[in-house]
Write a protein that binds this ligand. Structure first.
Ligand code: UDX
Length: 437
């Protein structure tokens, strides 16, 4: 099938590349000339495991193309994906100007039947707004479909190729048939394509992300309580997670959720509810708790150092909001850095992928190490913020040699408590017993 993808951000690029991989011909269009030039030369603008190989292969085989010219991208396309940003506006509601603007541009160009798919996370009612834009700007038949993405950064290719489910919101039989044909190769294992109306589909995305953010937040609160009552959150997690109704996943406490989706979507759903005079109060609590959780490690440090962090030097492992990505949007590490600098401490950070992005944002206010052990040199303590696999089994002898004191604050519960006792560390993690040196 011939497909156009408008917007080559994270979602657009993964979608376009994975659609090309299974034999479709995809033209990705973006207004950023420099980015398009680079992609035409085979340079991939994002880090996502497994994507690069598909990107190169599909370009080489002529099924993945890039352009800045919208008319060129959509001319032969049967399906046009809109993968454009919907940033939160000043009032917290998603800003639809990119999506509606692109719809208008497309409407003025279409010459035959098209299915226009909103892939961006958009508030309930957006499909209707997009339909209105087409109705006002063209007499050609266009079906507007909602098809939210559930890709997780770091495993996006796998999530696209083998989705747990595909959600398609449409009231058109013709569009439904085309979407079914498009997605069939990805659900061969029997996972469903769930068809529904546009509004339910739009709400599904927000409800899914808000539910997961709530699940994590609930566990963060359980962890905080564990510390106060002498329970171990790892045990509680296993105890509740083996109940199939609860499930084992997304029960890991830590330094709060971050990233480009959860914070934005929880806020947008609360806002959408408020607009129809519904107080979705649980979401307000989730947001408030998550704000506090992002700096829970700093609170632990303030307590340990009796409120005086001035002049202390800390090694910080992990800047990305989660492993296997260079994404630092809403990354807890940024909040932790700000708090520590405010208290007069200095920081040397190490991250396998996200250093360049943090350097752009924070400049020389912190130091950047080339490897995890360099960050530790002369530091008063190690702080772990992102659970990169590389941090899971480090060389504890080297850690001990480089650190000034054997002190670890672990925001991701990477190490076994007994191991830390045996090695003689002061070890403070989340929702578990504090190991005194
Ligand atoms: C999320 C959704 O999972 C995905 O379906 C949607 O399309 C986009 O948003 P992503 O933001 O890439 O994906 O990351 P995810 O792996 O879901 O993690 C989100 C945040 O929750 C991270 O900050 C992560 O560290 C945190 N998290 C996750 C926890 O703190 N504990 C957990 O148990 C799981």
């Amino acid at each position: 099938m011939k497909i156009a993808v408008v917007g080559t951000g994270y979602v657009g690029l993964v979608t376009g590349t994975c659609l090309a991989e299974t034999g479709n011909t995809v033209t990705c269009v973006d207004i950023n000339q420099e980015k398009v030039d680079k992609m035409q030369q085979g340079q991939i603008p994002i880090y996502e495991p497994g994507l690069e190989i598909l990107f190169h292969r599909t370009i080489e085989q002529g099924r993945l193309k890039f352009t800045t010219v919208l008319a060129e991208a959509i001319a032969d396309a049967k399906i046009i994906f809109l993968a454009l940003p919907t940033p939160p506006g000043a009032d917290g509601a998603a800003d639809l100007s990119f999506v509606l603007g692109a719809a208008k541009d497309i409407a003025k160009l279409v010459k035959d039947y098209k299915v226009v798919v909103t892939k961006s996370t958009v508030p309930v009612g957006t499909a209707d707004k997009v339909k209105k834009v087409f109705a006002e700007n063209t007499s050609i038949e266009v079906d507007v479909v909602s098809n939210p993405e559930f890709l997780r950064e770091g495993v996006a290719v796998e999530d696209f190729m083998k989705p747990d489910r595909v959600v398609v919101g449409t009231s058109s039989e013709k569009a439904k048939k085309l979407m079914e044909e498009l997605y069939n190769p990805y659900v061969r294992s029997g996972n469903p394509i769930i068809f529904m109306d546009e509004r339910s589909s739009e709400l599904t995305k927000y409800a899914a992300n808000s539910f997961l953010a709530t699940k994590i937040t609930f566990m963060n609160e359980v962890a905080n309580l564990c510390e106060l009552v002498g329970a171990d959150v790892d045990m509680v997690r296993k105890g509740i997670g083996s109940d199939a109704r609860i499930g084992k996943r997304f029960l890991f406490p830590g330094v709060g959720y971050g990233g480009s989706c959860f914070p934005k979507d929880v806020q947008a759903l609360a806002k959408s509810a408020a607009e129809v005079n519904y107080d979705f109060s649980i979401l307000n609590s989730v947001m408030a708790v998550n704000e506090k959780q992002k700096v829970v490690i700093v609170e632990k440090m303030r307590k340990y150092y009796k409120g005086d962090l001035k002049g202390k030097k800390f090694a910080l492992w992990g800047l990305a909001f989660k492993p296997e990505t260079d994404d630092i949007r809403e990354a807890p590490a940024l909040y932790i850095i700000d708090e520590l600098l405010k208290d007069g401490a200095s920081i040397v950070a190490y991250d396998p992928e996200a250093t360049a992005n943090v350097r752009k944002l924070k400049g020389d206010t912190i130091g950047y190490a080339k490897d995890p052990y360099e960050a530790l040199e002369g530091a008063d303590a190690l702080i772990i913020v992102t659970e990169w696999p590389l941090f899971r089994t480090p060389d504890f002898d080297r850690i001990e040699k480089n650190l000034k004191a054997k002190v670890i604050f672990d925001g991701r519960n990477l190490y076994d408590i007994q191991k830390m006792i045996d090695c003689g560390y002061y070890y403070n993690s989340i929702g578990r017993k504090v190991v005194e040196a």
